[in-house]
Design a protein around this ligand. Structure first.
Ligand code: S3P
Length: 432
C-alpha cells in the first residue's frame, strides 16, 4: 500500500489487545538463546523488528520455532553459539543490532551486523566504544560509528563503565557482553532507562545486583545458568499510547488497552497525559512474570499544554511522536526538551515530527533537543503526511487524522509492521 486516506470518525469505542511488547520480545529471544535449555514465549510480537531478531538468532545456530505469537527457543548455552554463515540482517531494528553486537563481542566467532538504510545511518559508537574498552574487536564505517559492523569476538574483561547516554540498548549490549566476561562488570552513569534486561537476567538466575547508582553483573559459572525463562510478553505500552492519545483528543471516545506493561521505566507518557488533563483509569493491576501489567482506559478529555523534559525523557522517548499530536490538540503551549536522542531514532524525529505537525496547521518550532508546540485545541487540518518509513510516525499521523478536518493521507503506512502489524485493522474496527 502506498498511502491510506483517513477521516475523523463520529465516535471511538473499544477494548484493544495491543501486541506484545517489542523490547521484551527481543530480549526473550536473545537471552533465551544463550540459556541452558528450552523456553516458551507467548504473546510474542510478530512484527518485523522482532522477526529480524529471530532470524539472526537462528543464523547463530539456535533452534527457534514460531507459530504466530508462540515461540519456543532452545538455548545454546552461554558458549554454544555458532559463527553465522552470512551477514546478520537486523532490518530496521536498532535493538537487534545493538544487543547482538554485545552478545557476539564476547564469543569466539566473526559476524557482520547490518540492516536497512535507516539502521545503517544510526550511531553505533555508543556501543562500539564501551565494547572495545572491555576488550572486544568491532569495526564499521565511520570508524565504527555506522553499520555494517564487523565483530570478532574475544574473551572480555569485566570492569567498570559509566554510561554517557541513557540508553537501554547500550546498557543491554554491555550486560550481554558481560555475561561471558572473565570478571564482574559494573555499569554506572546514566543507567536509568527501561530495565527489562535487568529483570529478565535476574529471573534467569544470573547474579545481577542493582542500586540507583550502579548495576553489577557477575558472569555465571554454573553451566545451568542462565536458566531458560518461560514467559508471557505483556502488551506494549508504546503501541497502547496511540490509543491513549486518540481517546484523549477525540470528542466522543472511550478506549481500553488491556494487559499493558506498566513497568515504571515505560509509563512516562501516562504521567504526562495525566498532567495534561487526560481522563485515565487503570484497572486490573497485576504482576505477570517479572513485569507489572494492567488495563488502561482513556476517555475524551480537554488537554492543556505541558513541559516535558529531564528524567521523564527516557521513560517516554518512543511516545514523543504521539505526545506531540496530543500537544497539538491541547490548549496552550508544550515544550519538549532534553530529547536530543530523538535525532538518532528510526528517523530524526525532531525534524520529521515537526514537519508533519506543520503540515497539520500547527505552529511548531524544532530545537536542538526537542520542540515547542503551540496547541490549537481540536482544530487540526487534514494533510498529506509522510511516515518516512518510520512506524511510530505512521501511527501518530493516523491518530492526528482522527480529529483533523477533512481528509488526511498517510504515505507508506506499511511502516507500522515494524512494531504493530495489525494497527490499521484495529483502527478500522474502532471506527466501525
Ligand atoms: C529500546 C530502547 C530505546 C527505544 C527503542 C527500544 C530497547 O532506545 O527507543 O525503541 O528495546 O532497549 P535507546 O536504548 O537507544 O534509548
Amino acid at each position: 500500500m502506498t498511502s491510506i486516506a483517513l477521516r475523523a470518525p463520529q465516535r471511538l469505542r473499544g477494548v484493544i489487545q495491543v501486541p506484545g511488547d517489542k523490547s521484551i520480545s527481543h530480549r526473550a529471544v536473545i537471552f533465551n538463546a544463550v540459556a541452558a535449555g528450552s523456553a516458551q514465549v507467548s504473546n510474542f510480537l510478530a512484527g518485523a523488528d522482532c522477526l529480524a531478531t529471530i532470524a539472526c538468532v537462528r543464523a547463530l545456530g539456535v533452534d527457534v520455532q514460531r507459530a504466530g505469537t508462540e515461540v519456543r527457543i532452545t538455548g545454546a548455552g552461554l558458549h554454544g553459539l555458532c559463527e553465522p554463515a552470512d551477514v546478520l540482517d537486523c532490518g530496521n531494528s536498532g535493538t537487534t543490532l545493538r544487543l547482538l553486537a554485545g552478545l557476539l563481542a564476547g564469543r569466539p566467532l566473526f559476524a557482520v551486523l547490518s540492516g536497512d538504510a535507516s539502521l545503517r545511518s544510526r550511531p553505533q559508537r555508543r556501543i562500539v566504544a564501551p565494547l572495545r574498552a572491555l576488550g572486544a574487536w568491532l569495526d564499521g564505517r565511520d570508524d565504527g560509528d555506522r553499520a555494517p559492523l564487523a565483530v570478532r569476538g574475544a574473551t572480555l574483561s569485566g570492569g567498570r563503565y559509566a554510561l554517557p547516554v541513557a540508553s537501554a540498548q547500550v546498557k543491554s549490549a554491555l550486560l550481554l557482553a558481560g555475561l561471558a566476561g572473565s570478571g564482574p562488570l559494573t555499569l554506572t552513569g546514566k543507567i536509568a532507562s527501561r530495565d527489562h534486561s535487568e529483570r529478565m537476567l535476574q529471573a534467569m538466575g544470573v547474579d545481577l545486583r542493582l542500586s540507583p547508582e550502579q548495576i553489577s553483573l557477575h558472569p555465571p559459572t554454573d553451566p545451568q545458568l542462565p536458566a531458560p525463562l518461560t514467559l508471557r510478553v505483556p502488551g506494549d505500552p508504546s503501541s497502547a499510547s496511540f490509543w491513549w492519545v486518540a481517546a484523549a483528543i477525540h470528542p466522543d471516545a472511550e478506549l481500553t488497552t488491556a494487559g499493558v506493561c506498566l513497568n515504571p521505566t515505560r509509563t512516562g507518557a501516562l504521567e504526562v497525559l495525566r498532567a495534561m488533563g487526560a481522563a485515565i483509569t487503570i484497572s486490573n493491576e497485576r504482576v505477570e512474570g517479572s513485569e507489572p501489567v494492567g488495563d488502561v482506559t482513556v476517555r475524551s478529555s480537554q488537554l492543556r499544554g505541558a513541559s516535558i523534559g529531564g528524567e521523564l525523557i527516557p521513560r517516554l522517548i518512543d511516545e514523543i511522536p504521539v505526545l506531540a499530536v496530543a500537544a497539538a490538540c491541547a490548549e496552550g503551549d508544550t515544550v519538549i526538551r532534553d530529547a536530543q536522542e530523538l535525532r538518532a531514532k528510526e528517523t530524526d524525529r525532531i525534524a520529521t515530527v515537526a514537519g508533519g505537525l506543520a503540515a497539520l496547521g500547527v505552529a511548531v518550532e524544532p530545537t536542538a533537543d526537542g520542540m515547542a508546540i503551540a496547541g490549537r485545541g481540536p482544530r487540526l487540518v487534514g494533510a498529506e503526511l509522510a511516515s518516512h518509513g518510520d512506524h511510530r510516525l505512521a501511527m501518530a499521523w493516523a491518530v492526528a487524522a482522527l480529529v483533523a478536518r477533512g481528509e488526511t493521507r498517510v504515505h507508506d503506512p506499511d511502516a507500522v509492521t515494524v512494531s504493530y502489524p495489525g494497527f490499521w485493522e484495529t483502527l478500522a474496527g474502532l471506527r466501525a
